[in-house]
Ligand binder design. Structure first.
Ligand SMILES: C[S@@+](CC[C@H](N)C(=O)[O-])C[C@H]1O[C@@H](n2cnc3c(N)ncnc32)[C@H](O)[C@@H]1O
Ligand SMILES: [Zn+2]
Length: 205
């Protein structure tokens, strides 16, 4: 009988030049491989906001992942290594949902040692403070870096003037900034219908 080769983990968690900890390939990961599932406590948006309501206005750190309008996954509670995957503007992975579960999938072949990343595309909201891009500044280091972990700004339609954003000051601005930072979390990049993951491989620790 033909023996299957015993293969080690697909990735490991270690310090990242992008931010804090990151996830790095230990072996070649083929395009299309479902690398891992984003796990954690599944809560409502209200519960997610309540959990982190005391976060400072300038703190952009989050382990929350928006599944849809009702469900948020809190990777900080009962989460796995997927919570350490950083954002990049020219990423090698993307997130995909299947049956309200979130999977991280390689969108190109990844070589051993490469850091895994996906585009968080954090949603912009009407009430965002003017410095929201600075709060969510991106440090991915790619030549294609757009400078922000937020989704790209939508272009104003031809013939229509974009509404001017008012600059708020003092307590009102602080409140807005805090609310903006609290409610922001990566979400699945909507690209057509949710696909079924092909292969789920476990990693590091
Ligand atoms: C899901 S965690 C990723 C793991 C994180 N590096 C850690 O050590 O906890 C997401 C947070 O990491 C930081 N982060 C991830 N990608 C980043 C990037 N490209 N630029 C700046 N900060 C980033 C942000 O604070 C973000 O909210
Ligand atoms: Zn970037």
């Amino acid at each position: 009988m033909k023996k299957r080769p015993i293969r080690g983990p697909l990735f490991e968690v270690r310090h990242s030049p992008i931010h804090g900890y990151g996830v790095f390939a230990l072996r070649r990961i083929r395009k299309g491989t479902t690398v891992t599932e984003y796990l954690g406590d599944r809560v409502s948006h209200a519960e997610a906001d309540a959990r982190y309501e005391n976060k400072s206005a300038d703190d952009n750190h989050t382990f929350l992942f928006t599944v849809d309008s009702k469900i948020v996954i809190d990777g900080g509670v009962g989460g796995n290594d997927a919570r350490f995957i950083n954002h990049a503007c020219d990423p090698n992975c993307e997130s995909a949902t299947a049956g309200k579960r979130v999977f991280i999938e390689a969108i190109r072949t990844i070589q051993p040692g490469e850091e895994l990343a996906y585009d968080y595309q954090i949603q912009r909201d009407a009430g965002d403070p003017p410095d929201v891009d600075a709060i969510f500044a991106c440090r991915c280091g790619s030549p294609k870096c757009r400078g922000s972990m937020l989704e790209p700004k939508r272009k104003a339609k031809a013939g229509r003037k974009a509404p001017r954003k008012s600059v708020r000051k003092g307590a009102e601005a602080a409140g807005k900034r805090k609310a903006a930072a609290r409610g922001k979390r990566p979400a699945r990049v909507a690209r057509g219908a949710a696909r079924k993951p092909k292969r789920t491989r476990s990693g590091g620790r």
